[in-house]
Design a protein around this ligand. Structure first.
Ligand code: KG4
Length: 316
């Protein structure tokens, strides 16, 4: 079965072709980063206008790279939300038009379910498991009992972890998106240089909170003066902030897995690209007898398509 997937939930236009559920034949992502960077975040109107320009070439490119035409496609999958309304509409309408004109089945896919299933494209992930979806918009812990059987254990009460990365990067004038820049600077820094709080780490529940940590970073910057935070001091700040986020995410995920007695956990979403999160989660999983599944970065971000297509296969 050959599925064409279309994704325009946020700022990047993507299309992919998948064979029999798990074989990624082609995956094309058109990044809009350069258009949004100067605003320090995504401008919804710009995102939706870029999608309008990009969507047809991106779908065409995905088919071409797969060496297919629409004649080879058996069904279409498209992100139906959550996401930016103006962005979602572009992908949805193109998907509807293609499906209607070719009499193909069309399945709308939930963005978060896409994240939840992404790790399964990189290999067999045992279920039940605990999956952490950690992106620019969400920080959610799920008990995944099977395909379509997800129980939300807890989410963030305020900022998502990725949002905290982006906002701290903005305060430090490091550009957008911030997570990857902080990850890079942190690799050269001392994570114990500044003691930042770990909000809700001791709380036995499964909820998160990152706004207090973000405020602590802001207070530190105001106290020290942004102009003095350079080179080694900047690296140390990035590493100390990142360590606080990572410790909270890792400890709460491991705790949830132990509490539920599952033997596997997975991490997905843009922040799952973070090198320190990946290393620390692996290490803590090994210590706790829990197998950790981390999809390759291209399957972590909101705009990788293949995971949605796999879901479509499972729905047929
Ligand atoms: O899943 P995603 O691509 O989009 C959605 O939010 O749905 O996630 C984007 C988020 C951004 O906040 C970005 O800063 C963060 O993922 N991110 C990272 C890293 N790479 C991307 N955060 C920390 N470390 C990274 N290496």
């Amino acid at each position: 079965m050959i599925i064409l997937g279309i994704e325009t939930s946020c700022d990047d236009t993507a299309a992919a072709v998948l064979r029999d559920g798990k074989d990624i034949v082609s995956n094309v992502i058109s990044s809009q980063e350069a258009y949004h960077a100067k605003y320090g975040g995504i401008v919804p109107e710009i995102a939706s206008r870029r999608h309008q320009e990009n969507i047809i070439p991106v779908v065409g490119e995905a088919l071409e790279r797969a060496q297919f035409t629409l004649d080879n496609i058996d069904g279409i999958a498209v992100t139906m939300g959550p996401g930016l309304a103006g962005s979602l509409l572009v992908g949805l309408n193109v998907a509807k038009a293609l499906a209607y004109s070719r009499s193909l089945p069309l399945v709308g896919v939930n963005h978060l379910e896409g994240h939840l299933l992404a790790p399964h494209l990189a290999g067999e992930v045992p279920m039940p498991n605990v999956t952490l979806v950690v992106s620019g918009g969400h920080t959610n812990l799920y008990h995944v009992e099977g395909i379509g059987k997800y129980r939300l254990l807890g989410g963030t009460r305020d900022d998502a972890a990725g949002e905290a990365f982006d906002k701290v990067a903005k305060m430090l004038e490091l550009g957008y998106p911030g997570g990857i820049v902080i990850d890079r600077l942190a690799a050269e820094g001392d994570s114990e240089a500044i003691k930042f709080p770990r909000p809700m780490l001791k709380d036995k529940g499964h909820e998160f909170s990152f706004s207090g940590l973000k405020t602590a970073v802001r207070n530190h910057i105001v106290r020290e003066g942004l102009e003095t935070i350079k080179d080694e001091r900047l690296n140390n700040l990035a590493a100390s902030f990142q360590e606080a986020v990572v410790e909270i995410l890792v400890e709460k995920t491991i705790r949830a897995a132990l509490k539920l007695g599952v033997k596997a956990l997975a991490v997905s979403g843009g922040v799952a690209c973070n090198s320190r999160l990946r290393a620390h989660m692996q290490a803590r999983g090994a210590q706790s007898g829990i197998e950790v599944f981390l999809p390759p970065p291209v399957l972590c971000t909101g705009f990788s398509m293949e995971r949605m297509i796999m879901h479509l296969e499972l729905q047929f």
